[in-house]
Design a protein around this ligand. Sequence first.
Ligand SMILES: Cc1cc2nc3c(=O)[nH]c(=O)nc-3n(C[C@H](O)[C@H](O)[C@H](O)COP(=O)(O)OP(=O)(O)OC[C@H]3O[C@@H](n4cnc5c(N)ncnc54)[C@H](O)[C@@H]3O)c2cc1C
Length: 389
Amino acid sequence: MDQPLIAADPHAEIREEVRKLCARFPGEYWRELDTRRGYPTEFVTALTEAGYLGALIPEEYGGAGLQLSAAAAILETIHAEGCNGAACHAQMYIMGTILKHGSPEQKQRYLPGIASGELRLQAFGVTEPTSGTDTTNLRTTAKREGDKYIVNGQKIWTSRAEHSDLMLLLARTTPKDQVEKRTDGLSTFIVDMRQALGNGLTIRPIRTMMNHNSCEVFFDNMEVPAENLVGVEGKGFRYILDGMNAERLLIASESIGDAKWFTEKSVAYSKERVLFGRPIGANQGVQFPIAKAYAQMRAAEAIVKLGLEKFEAGLPCGEEANMGKMLAADAAWAAAEACVQTHGGFGFAEEYDVERKFREARLYQVAPISTNLVLSYIGQHVLGMPRSY
Ligand SMILES: Cc1cc2nc3c(=O)[nH]c(=O)nc-3n(C[C@H](O)[C@H](O)[C@H](O)COP(=O)(O)OP(=O)(O)OC[C@H]3O[C@@H](n4cnc5c(N)ncnc54)[C@H](O)[C@@H]3O)c2cc1C
């Protein structure tokens, strides 16, 4: 199922190494964590030590200096092997904001630590309970007072907040009624959560249907040194948008990995389960949904590959990043559905891992961007139809 469409896979070696690493973290490991909503510390440590989480950090800062397609291959393989990259994937792409828009001092201060694993940049504070997808209406404020900013407000779904040293935070620095464009007046900060915790920062975990370590985060007069502002004050929304294509392509790669995992499981089970004197996979009612999901996955894979190529060539890739993310999440969900159905009752038994992956795969039709918003992007920005929001 891993055969490339045309050229030889340039990341075959990385995939092989990631496969070996993942083999040390079988289903039992994830199942045990799932029951107690535990964080996969050992898995994240292994990925860090192998250098995978620093894949995109340039070599001059101690990273591997690899291209986005290498990071995509790493995350896809993690998911295709039944593991879950959600515990740490943000570390790969959040640092892009510091790399692209941070000052030389910020890069020097944070990137080597992130590359070595000494510093965890896992938390990304954008979504808020009241504004949701309507990001420019977010209510968290950061007010400049001398050499610091005072932050007040709340974030929701800040994943991995309890397992991160740093957070990339988006807050409003100029009230909406004082800016020309609603996208102005928002700023991006690097928050050192180790210092802030208990000093204006409170974290409250949210129990979700899958093990995702997501949290509510509250800011009550939290102080952030002015030197932690990334780039220019008021331009933070652009910096966040800048990183979104990379994020979407990487999440799409995880969904492609999920679709591959489900399909492999479905195929294997459909061959070994014999009923009415023949393997269930001989029945087209069982075979076709698996085959259809596979075709959907391959189509999504082709779009994501094109998106990665354009991204690496420095070309606009919003269309492919958005379509790839949506198609891959849909393909993973189709493959998940087929997998549960193929397994019959065993699809619901924890020991098969199908139900766990089924819960995990569902997220990506909602986060980091929901399907409707992707369709709006295609309708408005690709097809030129009127704006809906
Ligand atoms: C487990 C989990 C982890 C997450 N991790 C993070 C994280 O680390 N950091 C972070 O900042 N965020 C995170 N998120 C937030 C995630 O990005 C949002 O949940 C997602 O973008 C949807 O926003 P919302 O939940 O506010 O839904 P809403 O914006 O309230 O939307 C609700 C529904 O309405 C639809 N809708 C809204 N507006 C329109 C419109 N104009 N046209 C058509 N349909 C519309 C949406 O598509 C959606 O289906 C996470 C979410 C989850 C569930």
